[in-house]
Design a protein around this ligand. Structure first.
Ligand SMILES: Nc1ncnc2c1ncn2[C@@H]1O[C@H](COP(=O)(O)OP(=O)(O)O)[C@@H](O)[C@H]1O
Ligand SMILES: [Mg+2]
Length: 293
């Protein structure tokens, strides 16, 4: 900024016969526009990113997952979605961030045992107050949404929290396992599910939490969520593949979309090991996997 001012003043000195008040006004204008530009750059450069801590995965991005975004974690059953999310939460909770796992499927006991299997100490993380795992019933959610909609006569519920979080707990990171389970409780009432989804996404956004929202798909998906609205509302989509090649099953992963960010656009190898998930960003999974169903 100071350098620009000097440069502009020098320009003024070199143009002695010009009307100085006009030039001063011009300098002021130029400096102001520079300030605006600087502000924009700070916002852009100051944009925060989160790393998952999953070895190899973060290398698929130039910068990372923008903090506060909502990401769909899509894939077939057994493709590693739950493990990936638990691993990310274990990483963030041990770094002192508040993490919340909302399970609409497995019990919290089962999830804790899952974590123990991979050597992530769930008891320690829970005791430190950084990790909470809570089980919800999708049917309870759909019933309360229906009841509220009936009361509001179908209008959008602006002030209603779509999930009840533990009191006083404002998570930095949320996992929802899974949107598919939530959707299944709304069968035949898709409009209510859409209202619920909109509420849910805006709730996460207001809280500023980064969220990973699991959706169950076919092993080689052609759609990534139950209604398509989920994809529309999400900032990013990560796809997990479980590919059968002869007698072998291979795991692979792809960053399908990440709004506003540069990322690798290829399906790469992934392994589930005793220590958790490892991604091989340089190891492309070749072949036309869509034809191997
Ligand atoms: N220690 C391990 N080593 C290798 N693979 C494992 C291990 N533990 C679990 N798995 C694999 O992970 C799969 C389950 O992953 P999970 O994240 O629960 O899948 P999803 O949530 O996508 O249904 C199992 O099908 C199993 O093949
Ligand atoms: Mg799962």
């Amino acid at each position: 900024m100071a350098r620009l001012k000097r440069k502009l003043l020098k320009k003024v000195k070199n143009q002695k016969n010009l009307d100085t008040s006009k030039i001063k006004a011009k300098i002021k204008k130029e400096l102001e526009s520079t300030k605006t530009l600087e502000k924009q750059l700070t916002i852009k450069d100051g944009k925060k990113y989160v790393k998952t801590g999953v070895p190899g995965f973060d290398e698929l991005f130039e910068r990372g997952i923008p903090r506060g975004s909502a990401i769909l974690v899509a894939g077939g059953t057994g493709s590693g979605k739950t493990i990936f999310c638990l691993q990310t939460l274990a990483h963030h909770a041990s770094n002192g961030e508040k993490c919340f796992y909302m399970s609409f499927e497995e019990s919290d006991e089962k999830l804790k045992n899952h974590m123990k299997d991979f050597g992530w100490d769930p008891e320690k993380l829970i005791k430190s107050g950084k990790l909470k795992i809570q089980r919800y019933s999708p049917f309870e959610i759909s019933r309360s949404v229906e009841a509220m909609l009936a009361k509001e006569k179908g209008e959008l519920l602006i002030d209603i929290e779509p999930v009840v979080l533990p009191e006083g707990f404002k998570p930095d990171f949320i996992v929802l396992d899974s949107l598919t389970a939530v959707a299944s409780a709304f069968i035949g009432r898709e409009d209510s599910y859409r209202v619920y989804l909109e509420q849910l996404f805006s709730f996460f956004e207001t809280m500023g939490s980064t969220s990973l929202l699991i959706t169950e798909t076919k092993q080689i998906p052609d759609i990534f969520s139950t209604t398509g609205v989920e994809e529309f509302l999400a900032d990013g989509v990560i796809v997990f593949y479980n590919i059968k090649r002869g007698n072998f099953k291979e795991n692979a992963i792809e960053v399908l979309k990440m709004r506003g960010e540069k990322h690798q656009k290829k399906i790469v190898a992934m392994r589930i090991t005793d220590e958790g998930i490892v991604v091989y960003p340089e190891q492309m999974v070749f072949g036309r996997i869509g034809e191997e169903k």
